[in-house]
Design a protein around this ligand. Structure first.
Ligand code: 6PG
Length: 241
């Protein structure tokens, strides 16, 4: 695991934007497409704002990128809480992406239908390949959740399905989410965490004992791929190493 600690959220976004630009370029030197999983939440917004402007806007071959989502809140696309909507507003509407390369988790059909549809899309991309996505961007909630893998939920332990949906009673909504098996087959996964609210949980996730039911972010460990954490000094403030 590689830990990148930057002064504040802004610095972290700049560092991350430069790093992901180089990584995309490297991957595209050897293959024709780049598969990128986007994340919801507030933290990615500052990264998206960065990527949508110079020099990244011009440097990244956006037309070669295929976009997916790590999870979705089962609310209509028009709802401000919808993760796909946020990513379109903050990034995808501002850079030259190809509409046919964008795969949102649909919320205009039932959660079960949406899950099945997404699973089929992913299987059509990756089939039995040893590696799935080129890159997965993850956030981490103050409670240690990532994707829609919330503490104490059964979905943390899913071993077969790549996509699933369930009713999240603490938020009174359905969630659609990628699962650990498909994310852990990615070539590269990066978490972003900023702010003092994340400090305690970050310490537990990175330095505490393994307890994936309490700290689901711990279950994300690419089998063969790279794992990066981009954090700011406030989030890193309790780390000892
Ligand atoms: O839909 C979601 O809720 C997200 O995908 C979720 O997993 C998010 O990444 C974390 O909650 C962190 O969110 P913040 O960046 O807002 O802290």
């Amino acid at each position: 695991m590689k830990l990148h600690i930057e002064r504040d959220a802004q610095q972290m976004s700049v560092k991350f934007a430069g790093w992901i630009t180089d990584y995309i370029q490297e991957v595209l030197a050897n293959q024709d497409r780049f598969t990128f999983v986007l994340s919801g939440g507030n933290t990615p917004k500052i990264l998206f704002a960065e990527l949508a402007k110079s020099p990244y806007k011009e440097a990244i071959k956006w037309e070669k990128i295929h976009f997916f989502w790590g999870d979705e809140r089962y609310v209509p696309y028009e709802d401000l809480r919808n993760n796909a909507r946020m990513c379109f507003e903050e990034l995808l509407n501002k850079v030259p992406v190809k509409a046919e390369h964008i795969h949102i988790m649909r919320t205009d059909i039932s959660p079960e239908e949406s899950t099945e549809e997404y699973e089929a899309i992913l299987r059509s991309y990756f089939g039995d390949a040893e590696t799935t996505f080129d890159f997965v961007l993850n956030g981490m909630g103050d409670d240690g959740h990532t994707l829609s893998l919330f503490p104490g939920t059964a979905v943390i332990h899913e071993t077969e399905k790549w996509v699933t949906s369930f009713f999240l009673s603490i938020q009174d909504m359905y969630r659609i989410t990628l699962t650990a098996p498909v994310v852990n087959k990615a070539a590269c996964v990066a978490f972003m965490a900023v702010g003092e609210n994340k400090a305690k949980v970050l310490k537990e996730v990175l330095e505490g004992e393994s307890n994936v039911d309490l700290y689901p972010s711990q279950i994300i460990k690419p089998e063969k791929g790279e794992l990066h954490w981009f954090v700011d000094e406030a989030a890193a403030s309790l780390l000892t190493k």
